[in-house]
Design a protein around this ligand. Sequence first.
Ligand SMILES: Cc1cc2nc3c(=O)[nH]c(=O)nc-3n(C[C@H](O)[C@H](O)[C@H](O)COP(=O)(O)O)c2cc1C
Length: 175
Amino acid sequence: MSEVLVVTYSYTGTCRQLAQLLCSQQGWPMAEIGERSRRSGLQGTARCLLDSWLHRRPSIQYDGPPPSQFDAVVLVSPIWAYRLAGPMRSFVAMMRDQLPDVAVVSVMGNSGAPNAVAEIGQLLGRSPMLSTAFTTREVQDGSCAGWLQAFGTAIQKAEDSQAVVRPATWSPQAA
Ligand SMILES: Cc1cc2nc3c(=O)[nH]c(=O)nc-3n(C[C@H](O)[C@H](O)[C@H](O)COP(=O)(O)O)c2cc1C
């Protein structure tokens, strides 16, 4: 069975809640990205916005297991100002050479997830294997649970069934 790690950054707790649910559904371990300087209040919100507008990579700390020990990593992050939250940008940039297959879950008020997925693809130099998005309300009222379960199961199945199919077998020219 393939090993999958869930890595989350959460400012106000919603992504953490979703990551915990995904881990409890699939039996996967979870790791969190922390920040070297704490955000709070209006100043904290302003820093979030500036991080997004200026594409900043704030200082982070990560004490979880090395992503390279896993077959896939699921990144769970909020959207800030229609972009990837700064601390997740820092994590992806810092770990890009250690990250195996990557799946992305965005949590947001209502929009911006495609920009975050595109940015992660650019930072990695390859597209994420799967991505999805939930609203804050869907996480808080629990209505995300069914789709989240299906999303997690799809990742596990994709990783478990990475059979090699050689072109000689499926190519029409080989027939
Ligand atoms: C500074 C800031 C900017 C945000 N910008 C957006 C946005 O552009 N689009 C959106 O749909 N939600 C936006 N949100 C809402 C968050 O993405 C949403 O509340 C998310 O659930 C927060 O996750 P967290 O609780 O794990 O931090 C923003 C929130 C903050 C604090």
